[in-house]
Design a protein around this ligand. Structure first.
Ligand code: ZN
Length: 275
């Protein structure tokens, strides 16, 4: 599932093809792909003829600011990816949304259709759950003391809390496991049970883990659901320390990596290094 490094890599891949460019037309072929869009036809109507002022990211969302006080929201969901293609180039299966500029097509490919797009006015945006997204895990990471305050008394597992996009936005299942390994904290620990030193260690691990993911273009797993907008695969998978490595030796101590299910998500961790 695309997380912050994959979404930021996607944003960077789209930016040169969208920033300052005018959208000629937009077409959605699956109504399901337009979520939080008050009226389905608003999507194409609002994009048509608009210039894109810039592309931002918060957590796992890409926001394209459009002239006319509109925001084009993109979320890749579980299996979505964006592709920049030339008009006439063969379409990948499950190309569900196509947005055209004067010379390129931005294609949203999403086999499982958990991703979505919408074009919202500022008022619609402020009334949507998007306005309640937590601080971005890379660019707005709260101080340790602030994080400790937010975790105080919380009963859920720290792994579950790291996935809560209201706490910090952008961390998902893969990078949460990597962060906890680096911080040497076991994923099932109650959020409120962590010492201030452990909270600091988790906070300190977030940026290096996400930046390493970004450096390698994100994590493309064997299903290749996530690819960069130019079609290349992200190369971070071979550098993962624990995620997806059940029974393989810990890269730090050699203990077999364990897989546990925490709040219905697989968690990979080292029972020796993480306590
Ligand atoms: Zn270990």
């Amino acid at each position: 599932m695309p997380e912050l490094p994959e979404v930021e890599t996607t944003r960077r891949g789209l930016e040169p093809h969208l920033k300052g460019r005018r959208i000629v037309e937009a077409e959605s072929r699956r109504p399901r792909m337009l979520r939080r869009q008050p009226r389905e036809r608003d999507f194409a109507d609002r994009l048509r003829g608009r210039r894109v002022l810039g592309l931002r990211r918060r957590g796992k969302f890409i926001f394209a600011d459009l002239e006319g006080d509109l925001t084009w929201v993109m979320h890749l969901g579980m299996s979505g990816r964006m592709q920049v293609a030339d008009p006439g180039e063969t379409e990948a299966p499950h190309t569900n949304v196509v947005v055209r500029t004067s010379d390129k097509e931005i294609r949203f490919v999403d086999p499982r259709t958990f991703g979505f797009m919408s074009v919202l006015t500022h008022e619609e945006f402020d009334e949507s759950p998007l306005a309640r997204l937590g601080p971005d895990a890379l660019t707005e990471l709260p101080r340790s003391r602030e994080l400790a305050t937010r975790l105080a008394g919380r009963r859920p597992a720290i792994k579950t809390l790291l996935l809560d996009q209201r706490l910090v936005a952008g961390i998902g299942n893969i990078y949460a496991d990597e962060v906890l390994f680096r911080a040497r904290v076991a994923p099932h620990r109650e959020g409120g049970s962590l010492t201030s030193r452990e909270v600091s260690a988790i906070r300190a691990a977030i940026r290096p883990v996400l930046e390493a993911g970004l450096k390698y273009g994100g994590t493309s797993l064997s299903d290749l659901a996530y690819l960069l907008p130019d079609g290349r695969a992200g190369q971070y998978v071979s550098r993962l320390k624990v995620y997806g490595r059940e029974d393989a030796p810990c890269r730090r101590c050699g203990t077999p990596i364990r897989r546990s299910v925490i709040t219905q998500r697989s968690s990979y961790w080292c029972p020796t290094c993480q306590t």
